[in-house]
Write a protein that binds this ligand. Structure first.
Ligand SMILES: [Ca+2]
Ligand SMILES: [Ca+2]
Length: 227
């Protein structure tokens, strides 16, 4: 029982909403509406052979039509994140530090932004992830990312619907995700997809929990993706 509680507590602290709009910013650009359900996500991952002990991340996105980013520490470690809201942009960032003798590798950190529509999503200039080895030595070329994508839109048609969960379901039935790396390609019925696009709950692996969450989203008009 104690262990379970600890795990839940760790999960909660790993995902941090980095900036809450302040009352004084009421005259600023309108944020995401209460019915906003489009989650745009940008992910960083780290080479498994780079011996990275710490990463330093920063992220900014335009307020208009979108929420502040939620930073999720996908990799194990100690997160320290924070943020603020300006008139035009939300800003956030911080560090994720590996614990003890561990290293940060694979899917490391993500930024999830809730938007009225995908077209509202716009990053500022100050978006980065730097990696450091023991002793604070910067690790170059070990950090990878891709442009932000609409979570759940697996077939990239701009909508999240039964076609997307159908692909995920087929992939799980065919064991298509077995032994595929986080940034690897998954082939399902002769079509290629990136593994990370199926990781709906943002925990670094693809399994039945992602399908459950995607189906819940598709069958509801109010449910929003949350880790
Ligand atoms: Ca789709
Ligand atoms: Ca997952």
């Amino acid at each position: 029982m104690k262990k379970t509680f600890k795990k839940i507590a760790a999960t909660l602290s790993a995902a941090v909403m980095c900036a809450i709009p302040m009352a004084s910013a009421l005259s600023a650009n309108a944020a995401a509406g209460p019915n906003a359900r489009c989650t745009m996500r940008k992910i960083y991952w780290i080479d498994s052979t780079a011996y990275v002990k710490k990463i330093n991340v920063g992220f900014t996105n335009v307020r208009e039509g979108c929420s502040p980013a939620t930073i999720t520490a996908i990799a194990a470690g100690t997160p320290s994140f924070g943020g603020s809201a300006g008139d035009v942009y939300y800003n956030c960032g911080g560090t994720l530090t590996a614990n003890g003798s561990n290293y940060i590798k694979g899917a490391a950190v993500s930024f999830s932004v809730l938007c009225n529509s995908p077209s509202c999503y716009e990053e500022g200039r100050n978006v980065y992830c730097y990696a450091y080895k023991a002793g604070g030595v910067q690790s170059y070329n070990s950090v990878h990312t891709v442009p932000a994508f609409l979570v759940g839109d697996i077939n990239k048609d701009g909508y999240v619907n039964g076609s997307d969960s159908g692909i995920l379901n087929t992939g799980l039935c065919q064991n298509a995700f077995t032994n595929v790396s986080y940034d690897g390609v998954v082939t399902i019925n002769s079509n290629n997809y990136y593994y990370y696009t199926f990781d709906i709950d943002d925990n670094g692996v693809v399994n039945a929990n992602d399908l459950t969450m995607l189906r819940k989203y598709e069958s509801s008009s109010t449910y929003k993706f949350e880790r």
